[in-house]
Design a protein around this ligand. Structure first.
Ligand code: PAF
Length: 281
């Protein structure tokens, strides 16, 4: 695996791949890699000839400085994991490479509306940061396909919309959530939980499954949302949001909705966990 932190040599190698008619996949990450990321890389290897993984903790997508400062980082261990996963390229740019004029007034990419809805309402500017950095990565790497995990359900929908509206020639592949045996969705943030919180965290997925059953059995979405939040709070989570929307449009459910998604965000102590469940209607 070759590691680059500069754009030019990375581009030269990717251009060579393209000249050799090789299909290139990008797996964008913020590092602190876990089995969920490795699964994304394995998936990318199945659908492309060469896999580029980026590691960049993107400051523009953090709405709280404390969250950015506390974001777990483990570059050396990540690099080793990527070698083992047989990624072809690691792109790990510095902040000054991605934001050459600093972060005060950067040029941005904004998917209006969808970025302010749901999770976006809780985390102002978050999705603008995500689309900006993902658009930059797409311009730099020029992948044929990019792989994202469905744990960030709204993120995937926004990135798809960005590609559609800006006519970016990148296929978006989304990959189902990878869970531990106890149901907890894999996330870099799990490592910030204490041992006690970690043992408690799978209850979020359990309550989500319960909510899915209620919804599938015909209970009103608003009622399910209220009861789910209540259950989580009784279990010592601090519920931040339980949104139940059409999984295809991320707008309120209608009679013609085919699939609902339950989007959950809840704090365990200071750590904000997210998870989601798609329910066929
Ligand atoms: O999902 C993430 O890890 C990040 O939002 C992404 C897509 C790498 C952009 O920084």
């Amino acid at each position: 695996m070759q590691t680059f932190n500069q754009i030019a040599p990375l581009k030269t190698l990717v251009e060579q791949y393209k000249a050799d008619r090789l299909r290139v996949a990008l797996v964008p990450t913020m590092g602190h890699l876990h089995q969920g990321h490795i699964h994304l890389i394995e998936y990318a290897k199945q659908i492309a000839d060469k896999v580029v993984v980026s590691i960049f903790v993107n400051p523009l997508q953090f709405d709280r400085l404390e969250d950015l400062q506390n974001y777990p980082r483990s570059f050396k261990a990540d690099q080793q994991k990527l070698v083992e996963a047989q990624a072809d390229i690691l792109f790990a740019p510095e902040e000054s490479t991605m934001y050459p004029n600093g972060l005060d007034n950067p040029a941005t990419v904004h998917v209006a509306g969808l970025s302010e809805a749901l999770e976006g309402a809780k985390r102002p500017g978050h999705f603008l940061g995500v689309t900006t950095v993902v658009a930059k990565l797409f311009h730099i790497v020029q992948p044929d396909v990019a792989c994202f995990g469905e744990k960030d359900f709204q993120q995937v929908a926004i990135i798809r919309r960005m590609c559609e509206e800006l006519m970016l020639p990148v296929e978006i592949a989304s990959v189902p959530i990878v869970r531990y045996d106890n149901g907890l969705a894999m996330s870099s943030r799990n490592s910030l939980l204490s041992a006690e919180q970690r043992a408690h965290a799978p209850k979020l997925a359990q309550v989500l499954r319960w909510a899915g059953q209620q919804l599938a059995s015909g209970l009103d979405a608003r009622q399910v949302s209220l009861e789910t939040a209540q259950k989580l709070n009784e279990l010592d989570f601090k519920t931040d949001a339980i949104d139940i929307v059409d999984a295809d449009s991320l707008t309120p459910l209608t009679q013609s909705s085919q699939r609902a998604v339950i989007l959950a965000a809840a704090y365990l102590g200071k750590i904000r966990l997210i998870d989601n469940l798609v329910v066929k209607l």
